[in-house]
Design a protein around this ligand. Structure first.
Ligand SMILES: Cc1cc2nc3c(=O)[nH]c(=O)nc-3n(C[C@H](O)[C@H](O)[C@H](O)COP(=O)(O)OP(=O)(O)OC[C@H]3O[C@@H](n4cnc5c(N)ncnc54)[C@H](O)[C@@H]3O)c2cc1C
Length: 404
């Protein structure tokens, strides 16, 4: 059996198939296995999410995942890694990491397990095509004779972070084998936003809430670090919220609302400002935010509301202006143009349509003996360990089924 791609899904598929007694060969373009795993989570690898549910995954049909998660969901995944010797811990938002804080330990243990099971690994081997040949498959290789196998698992990942080896090669192979590929978009990426009025916030990082909106409706709220950059917004909360950009119908105008005072609404902030202003009515408006917001943020926000930060003291501003400020700072509208490109996106939205696969086995409906797993599929997860969960679950099932 051949597994194309030695990333998260491919390694998992190879291990499961070898556990069931199959002889497995992994073909990997990079000089090493699991390159994306190594850089993930800032080198710590957010390996899974304790709260992963089908609703955290997006694509034409996320319900496709019910059977995969019923068979190999979060619980089985964590057991699998603990049995390998990887001790895990849960952090904020259900994010699970190795206690070692080292993605390298994840790859080292997976590689050790493959060695134990006799999985053969051909790194530095670039696949250039996958074709049906009778009842088997021919895998064309750059600079080497073609390989052949009756069972093939395709796990070549998506298009994001091409410098890590993922250049979207699998989509064309899938098309030639009869599969439909849905529209591809970069996802879980920093956002390009209209910052003209907020230009002065560049470089400022703070905890905030970001709420996605469309057609006047508020969707999901994400809370955490937000960073203002030259082009727009970045930071973990922005990557998380960008999932909602990739899932909107194209052409719809995405919008986001920022609450600079997470956990508080306009009334609560108004009451807080009223207390501060009454305590010292002589402070200038901009200075009245020092100690509440980082740096010159109060100045920039007030200026963009048309209130002079160095103008008359807050005692002279009055309740109407204060309520307007409180309303604006808890529901600040930001116009977003879209996600940054493939070089900065953590995952690919879109991919091989799941209606071409059997959800119980991940086998192609068009080519018997061909299985798909991981990011190459038209499903991506929210930010926070969900995408590796998807890779482990689908990798395990594709490996088990291909081995049968
Ligand atoms: C910077 C960054 C940080 C991330 N952090 C996290 C995180 O902390 N938690 C999380 O859940 N997700 C994270 N992700 C997303 C996660 O890494 C991916 O969703 C996951 O790796 C997908 O697994 P995969 O096996 O399907 O694909 P990949 O891991 O991308 O593996 C595909 C493999 O196939 C190989 N390949 C491609 N084409 C060919 C070819 N022609 N011939 C041979 N081999 C080929 C590639 O070299 C690659 O090794 C992160 C992504 C990035 C870019």
């Amino acid at each position: 059996m051949i597994v194309v791609g030695g990333g998260a899904a491919g390694m998992m598929a190879a291990i499961r198939a070898a556990e069931l007694g199959r002889r497995v060969l992994i073909l990997e373009k990079n000089p090493m296995l699991g390159r994306k795993v190594l850089v993930s989570g800032n080198g710590r690898c957010n390996i899974a999410n304790a709260g992963a549910r089908v609703e955290n995954f997006h694509g034409e049909n996320n319900r496709f995942l019910h059977s995969a998660f019923a068979r190999f969901g979060v619980g089985r995944t964590l057991e699998f890694f603990e049995e390998l010797g990887l001790v895990l811990k849960e952090e904020k938002l259900g994010r699970i990491f190795p206690v070692s804080n080292q993605a390298a330990s994840v790859v080292a243990l997976l590689a050790y397990r493959m060695e134990q099971l006799g999985v053969r690994v051909a790194c530095g081997t670039c696949v250039t095509g996958v074709e049906r040949e009778g009842t088997a498959f021919r895998i064309d290789l750059k600079n080497a004779p073609a390989a052949r196998a009756r069972r093939v698992v395709l796990a070549p990942g998506g298009k994001s972070f091409p410098k890590l080896g993922t250049t979207g090669d699998g989509y064309e192979w899938a098309r030639r084998l009869g599969h439909r590929v849905t529209e591809l978009h970069p996802a879980l990426a920093p956002m390009e936003a209209e910052l003209a009025r907020l230009h002065g916030l560049q470089g400022i990082r703070l905890e905030a809430e970001l709420t996605s909106k469309s057609g006047g409706k508020r969707h999901r709220t994400f809370r955490g670090d937000l960073l203002f950059t030259a082009y727009g917004l970045s930071g973990p909360t922005v990557l998380a919220a960008s999932a909602d950009l990739a899932t909107r119908p194209s052409g719809s105008h995405p919008g986001f609302e920022v609450n600079f005072f997470p956990g508080q609404d306009a009334a609560a902030l108004d009451a807080l400002l009223a207390r501060r202003w009454e305590a010292d009515p002589g402070r200038r408006p901009g200075f009245s935010f020092v100690g509440l917001l980082p740096g010159r943020m109060g100045h920039v926000l007030l200026e963009s509301l048309g209130i002079d930060p160095d103008g008359p003291p807050v005692g002279q501003l009055g309740g109407t202006a204060r309520r307007r400020i409180a309303e604006a700072l808890t529901r600040w509208e930001i116009r977003v143009w879209g996600c940054r490109g493939w070089d900065e996106a953590e995952v690919t939205a879109g991919g091989v349509a799941v209606d071409g696969l059997d959800p119980r086995t991940l086998e192609s409906k068009h080519c018997k003996g061909l299985y798909f797993c991981g990011e190459v599929l038209d499903i991506f997860g929210d930010w926070g360990g969900y995408n590796f969960q998807f890779a482990w679950s689908t990798g395990w099932i594709a490996g088990e089924e291909a081995a049968k």
